[in-house]
Design a protein around this ligand. Sequence first.
Ligand SMILES: [Zn+2]
Length: 378
Amino acid sequence: MTQKLYYENQYIKEFTASVVSCTEGKCGFEVILDKTAFFPEGGGQPGDTGFIGDAEVIDTVERGADVVHICAKAVSGEVECRLDFEKRFTNMQQHTGEHIFSGVLHAVCGYDNVGFHMGESCITVDFNGVVTSDELARIEKLANEAIYKNIPVEAIYPADGELENYSYRSKKEINGQVRLTKIEGIDLCACCGTHVAYTGEVGIIKVISVMNYKSGVRITLQIGRKALADYCEKNKSVHEISNLLKAKTDEITPAVERVLAQLHEARYAYSTLKKELFALKANEANGEKYIAFDDGGNADDARVFADLLAEKVGIAAVFSGNDDIGYKYTVVARERDVREIGKALNAACGGRGGGKPDMVQGSVAATREEIESFWKTV
Ligand SMILES: [Zn+2]
């Protein structure tokens, strides 16, 4: 049985231990020490990493009463061990933050935490009930107030028969000795993970998003160091957008709305002009068949132009696009069935599409030259 130093003092970064066993496994060398500060994966918290001697610890897992360190190479004898404590501390912030948030949400709404995932960039917590945005804002505020109060985070090991005296949150049935994590006035929860000693160390809890999930909600949170990184990234984006729009950072939303309105107007004007241009070009068209290319246009442009052309010629074909992105096409005829032409076009030019007797539409992945040589066969 490994002596679990992380339960005696969760801030141990370096320690000396003796190798009890070292065997080659599927993912690396499986090392068991007489004692360890490496926390094994559990309760939604990832396993610790670091070094045992000069062997990198890739992961740490629990196996029965032992803690197994998955190492990149073999080790023996007495070893100096070092945790990646920055990662561990970040995990402790995330885990403790989740307790605070879930405890406050439970007090406000009565819902339970029924799922927890600690991801690379954020954490998600699932609750078995729907939380309104007003409730969420209140919960976020109360959770951060609990951080400012710097409340101690205690571990309690109730004796046999004593557990029933506690009212605690628990994610699942637990066998053997139960470890309760207590944050006075905020939360009491059965948990095997590592936590910071005082709530103040969590720094900040920020709700990022909420979505309906099963019969409740999935809430994405940013906590502690990761919340700061997220804030820095978002702040950078806001300043970049503000510079691009030449608007103050707190005025970028109306500035974006103005730009979108201008874009909408410009698009409308462009489309009106384009229709006029199509009409002028169509007036000059004549003959039994006619092909036109509309560089950079879209499928709607192709349809409008082909329709106008069909008033003047037997069969009209318009290809919108260019050689790099391919072409959207429309083929129209007033007195002929163009479906066969569409099929032949698709076969010759790697296209897809179809339609009615008087109009076929689709796209081709071919060059203008290839399309033009096909058109000669029509
Ligand atoms: Zn915990």
